[in-house]
Design a protein around this ligand. Structure first.
Ligand code: FAD
Ligand code: DHB
Length: 387
């Protein structure tokens, strides 16, 4: 078969790009290796920047978001037993919206169903070819061949597209801690999200709805969810999030998983007729809530560039990789900064150096919460850089 764009991967990047192309009148096929149920069942990110919300609204993809998204005016930073609120609206005139990636994927998929998009789940052995020619094509284990003009690798960190770029390099680092995330059937105990540094480790309180809480704990990367009974999780959350006069309500834990933390940026997002978007090109540690938002920012740029390309103007597509990576490096810096400020660095073996590190993090947090300029810098980046 023949199409204009073969999109590989039906995560948020691939699904959203499909909608942008459909509106621009560009044909596409979306190939996904997992089943529809698997894609719908994945629990991941939860915070949308204002720019991400604006794009979904512009595309008319915000019906569910408008109904179920929870608008937040700021976050709480907690350390040394005290909670400090940063008011993003007052600081930078922007908000963020709590809306689960799972809900976003469900809605994007439902809208594709309505539009009759060609999305092929459980497609094994997707393999891109001829990327440095004018006639690229994609083959699958089922013996299918899809001829196209452009291939988009929206296939995540473990996908096949990035490795198909000869000589591609990356800058990366891993962190000596991980996040244990839970979903709990209990009303959130907070208005805005709480990010807390505690001597026993980082903890965060987020949410998915007025009835469902999402919480995270810093754990060691080699720990297993089997090491964490529900009772142990709640005890750690009570200790790390507790402040006088406030109660953390407990409920049934319905999901539990451990996510490693990594920073990763590929040297390029383009090779001939192949373009990478989202986690295929970069990964951030989750502390700044930037993974999903970066995927949305990439496809907003790429979608516009592809529409221009098929309209006869190639300039935006030629600039895509550089523009997306320039924005991404600012996001990387912010995510790394938030991560290092809020986690306990148990990997520092010398006790004095470890204590120094912790105490200087408290100084950093005191400065960040005490200076309006510092608060505004955090708010500007958390609520999202322009794209
Ligand atoms: P993905 O969502 O990874 O989608 C890629 C798609 O490509 C997948 O459906 C995959 O099955 C498919 N695919 C892969 N290989 C192939 C192939 N060979 N052929 C066909 N299809 C293929 N971010 C945050 O901001 N906060 C969080 O709390 C957070 N938690 C996370 C937890 C986990 C476990 C993970 C993995 C990520 C988390 N993230 C979080 C990051 C965020 O979810 C990602 O940045 C976001 O999913 C990126 O979207 P994407 O579409 O680029 O990639
Ligand atoms: C959520 C995840 C994040 O990484 C974050 O920084 C804030 C919220 C969430 O899953 O709700």
């Amino acid at each position: 078969m023949r199409t204009q764009v073969a999109i590989i991967g039906a995560g948020p990047a691939g699904l959203l790009l499909g909608h942008i192309l459909r509106r621009a009148g560009v044909d596409f096929v979306l190939l996904e290796q997992k089943s529809r149920e698997y894609v719908l069942g994945r629990v991941r990110a939860g915070v949308l920047e204002q720019g991400s919300v604006d794009i979904l609204r512009e595309l008319g993809l915000d019906a569910d978001l408008a109904e179920r998204g929870l608008t937040h005016h700021g976050i709480h930073l907690q350390f040394a037993g005290q909670r400090h609120h940063l008011d993003f609206v007052d600081l930078v005139g922007r908000t963020v919206t709590v809306y689960g990636q799972q809900a976003l994927v469900r809605h994007l998929l439902a809208e594709h169903d309505r539009a009759g998009s060609d999305i092929r789940f459980e497609t094994a052995g997707v393999d891109p070819h001829g990327l440095d020619t004018d006639t690229p094509f994609v083959t699958t284990d089922a013996g299918e061949r899809i001829d196209c003009e452009i291939v988009v690798g929206a296939d995540g960190y473990h996908g096949v597209c990035r490795p198909a770029i000869p000589g591609i390099q990356a800058l990366e680092r891993s962190y000596p801690y991980a996040w244990l995330g839970i979903m709990a059937e209990v009303a959130p105990s907070t208005d805005d999200l709480i990010y807390a540094l505690h001597p026993e480790g980082f903890a965060m309180h987020s949410m998915r709805s007025p009835e469902v809480s999402r919480l995270y704990l810093q754990v060691d990367p080699d720990e297993s969810v089997d090491d964490w009974s529900d009772a142990r999780i709640w005890e750690a959350l009570q200790t790390r999030l507790g402040v006088p006069g406030w109660t953390l309500h407990e409920g049934e834990i319905t999901e539990k998983s451990i996510t490693p933390m990594r920073s990763f940026v590929a040297s390029t997002l383009e090779y001939g007729r192949l373009f990478l978007a989202g986690d295929a090109g970069h990964i951030v540690p989750p502390t700044g809530a930037k993974g999903l938002n970066s995927a949305i920012a990439d496809v907003a740029l790429l979608g516009r560039a592809l529409a221009a390309h098929f309209g006869g103007d190639d300039a935006p597509l030629k600039g895509y990789s550089n523009s997306a990576l320039a924005r991404q490096w600012k996001v990387q810096q912010f995510s790394q900064w938030m991560t290092e400020m809020l986690h306990v660095h148990r990997e520092v073996s010398d006790p004095s150096a470890r204590a120094f590190r912790y105490r200087s993090q408290l100084g950093q947090l005191e400065y960040t919460t005490g200076s309006r300029n510092a608060q505004a810098a955090l708010a500007e980046q958390y609520a999202g850089l322009p794209f």
